[in-house]
Design a protein around this ligand. Sequence first.
Ligand SMILES: Nc1ncnc2c1ncn2[C@@H]1O[C@H](COP(=O)(O)OP(=O)(O)OP(=O)(O)O)[C@@H](O)[C@H]1O
Ligand SMILES: [Mg+2]
Length: 544
Amino acid sequence: MVATDKIFSDFQEHSVAEFFKKNKQMLGFAGKTRSLTTIVHEYVTNSLDACEEAGMLPEITVVIAEIEKNNSYRVRVEDNGPGIPKKHLGKALGMMLAGTKFHRYAQQRGQQGIGAAGCTMYAQLTTGKPVRVVSHYDKKRIECTISIDFKTNQPNIETSAEEDTDGSEHGLVVDGEFADVKYDKSAYGVYEYIKRTAMANPHATITFAAPDGENLKFPRSVEEVPPKPKAVQPHPMGLSTHDIIDYAHHDAQSTRISSFLQNSFTRVSSEKVKELQAIANEVDFSKKPSELEWAEAEKIVKAIGKVKWIAPATESIVPIGKRQIEKSLGGILKPQFLEVSERSPKIYKGGIPFVIEVAIAYGGDAGRNSENGGSGKSGDIIRYANRAPLIFDAAGCALTQAVKEIDWKRYGIKRFEEEPVTVFVNIASVHVPYTGAGKQAISDEEEVTAEIKNTVMEVARRMQHYLHEIIKEKDRAGRRKVVERYLKQLSIDLADLAEKGKASELEEKMKKLIENKYPSLMGEGDEEGENGNGGNGKGEKEER
Ligand SMILES: Nc1ncnc2c1ncn2[C@@H]1O[C@H](COP(=O)(O)OP(=O)(O)OP(=O)(O)O)[C@@H](O)[C@H]1O
Ligand SMILES: [Mg+2]
């Protein structure tokens, strides 16, 4: 037997930075293409969050250049947001689990405080270089380099210039050199990522200079900054016993359980407390929250399930919105049919409100181009969380699963894999239930999955009606063509048989009969038709 003191002689503590250095794949740093998309994703989501929080229309420039002699790429992301004050600059980009979002209960793209520091880590691990940063914040310009001390998870910041400005310039520039990354135009690359970001963020102007010399510009098509989501308290529905105990034991202000419930959760009025008290009558609602016991919290949770609640306040969630989705998807895909859902917020575990937005586009450029380069299309699912595209881990994502589990035949789609259809799904929430720190897939929360399915089915029903009309019309057009094919000969033969009348007159009369029987909605020879939804996207000349 090994002496116990020997086993524990090597017991050590580690920092979160050391953990992610060893497990960088958890942050999305796995595979060269994915690693580059992850870097752009982290910087661009930060820029969008920062601009929106400051009430500014985002202007974001992404430049990627290949440094052949180093076998690496330089990535530079610049925004016109508020910048970062000197005091927080080092920790914002050089410390894991530090930021303005993790502790907040407000809808933003970032929520962990890891993204930017994760990129700094990847630059250090692959090129040994820190990231260069320029921050214009409140009449100050600071230029510095930032790296992480992995042992302590503390930032190393070296300031190279610091000056006062007139404040007209604002924003952040991050510039890093990364190896073990690759630029390509696959469905998983930066090009596709930026295109999808533009689709869901029509209020942002995004410029992209690619390493192959291509310059892309997605100008904004909407001139309003999305309304700022309000930070909210959790909704009582969906709270677990542990949640209630946790909130109660950390509530230093409320003197009674009754006031604690009103102060800590949204939609709990004094009336609701009375209803809860009547159901959980063994619990003393006048005792201190810090004295609440597990069995009592269990009874409160049960009582919450029996009371009728008002849905969470809608201002905590800012969905992209029907009009904006129509505008951007309509412009980019130019579909024949486009329909977008509009539903109220629901709640999942932990009392967290969320909204699912679904759009289905059919025809035009909808659908994914066939992998083998043919002209065929296959059904495409494009996923978003708080307007940020989810490109990877589709198989393990509740959004994909829910869409795939729909019985598409019922809605007129014979084989989803073979039709020009795009299903766009966005989850907007104050806390998106990601499956991992890489934030690329949504976990299978019962309430979330059910809501995705319901929303997709609601929109699919409307598409079914449209497809049904197309099928009917195609059928009519087919029959008409068959009859028309024999029309001339039939007129000649009939005139001949009857030995009177002119064949041409007969033909004219029969043409009229056919027109009455099979009126064409689509016009001569147009089999595809354009009887979509009043031209969403058609005629929109914008780039998105
Ligand atoms: N472009 C920017 N402009 C202003 N502030 C920024 C910018 N980028 C990052 N920050 C600040 O730095 C913090 C850390 O960013 P980081 O990406 O590491 O975490 P996060 O965005 O909070 O969460 P997540 O890990 O989910 O991305 C942010 O919370 C924000 O306060
Ligand atoms: Mg972030």
